[in-house]
Design a protein around this ligand. Structure first.
Ligand code: E4P
Length: 217
């Protein structure tokens, strides 16, 4: 399973990339707002740090304007992946952008039938929003499972990018179902390494080691 980090915070991206954890990055207009930076400037900086795809989202909602924005965003770096919303204009833009070899992440997916349309439009990634579905009292993980089945039934190559991930358990469940990628907020990515028994076990080993009076190096 590939890990993308869901943020436009360059400090977090740099740190997680140095740990060797990152296969890519996803941003969205809200994350750019949170970072308080110019979209082109911060996206360029992110693309220079991470080798994998960096999703940058169009903000236009009409096809021609989306294509214009996609062309501007594409020029930022070779590893830009254009993010478009799951609307008819977004799907039309997806088809056009992927036809000339560029990557597209279709975002704001809340139904398996929407994911089917995105695959037919040639999407590189489909982003089902797990956490926001959970917020409505419905199990968001069901959607990942349905999309996995549909894509496997027809051998679609579109990668399932589990998004709106909020917990360590979301990451585990998405991996068990077979999502290709999870885009995870920095704090949740860091939480993946944590287990109380790991900390307790390490403390005990270090205490016993001190009693031996030995040194390895
Ligand atoms: C995905 O690409 C989105 O940026 C993101 O996962 C949305 O997450 P949220 O529902 O926590 O805002």
């Amino acid at each position: 399973m590939k890990f993308f980090v869901d943020t436009a915070d360059v400090k977090d991206i740099r740190e997680l990339n140095e740990l060797g954890l990152l296969d890519g990055v996803t941003t969205n207009p809200s994350l750019i707002m949170k970072a308080g930076r110019d979209i082109k400037e911060v996206t360029k900086e992110i693309c220079d740090i991470v080798d994998g795809p960096v999703s940058a989202e169009v903000t236009a909602t009409e096809f021609t304007a989306m294509m214009k924005e996609a062309d501007i965003l594409s020029k930022i770096a070779d590893n830009i992946c254009i993010k478009v919303p799951l609307t008819f204009d977004g799907l039309r833009a997806c088809k056009a952008i992927t036809s000339d070899g560029r990557k597209v992440n279709v975002t704001l997916c809340f139904a398996a039938t929407q994911a089917l349309l995105a695959a037919k439009a040639g999407a590189t990634f489909i982003s089902p929003f797990i956490g926001r579905i959970d917020d409505m009292g419905v199990d968001g993980m069901e959607l990942i499972s349905e999309i996995r089945t549909i894509y496997d039934n027809y051998d679609f190559k579109t990668e399932i990018l589990a998004a709106s991930v909020r917990t360590v358990n979301h990451v585990k469940q998405a991996a068990l179902i077979g999502a290709d990628v999870a885009t995870v907020p920095p704090a949740t990515l860091r939480a993946l390494v944590k287990h109380p028994l790991t900390d307790k076990g390490l403390d005990a080993f270090l205490a016993d080691w001190a009693k031996t009076g030995q040194k390895i190096g």
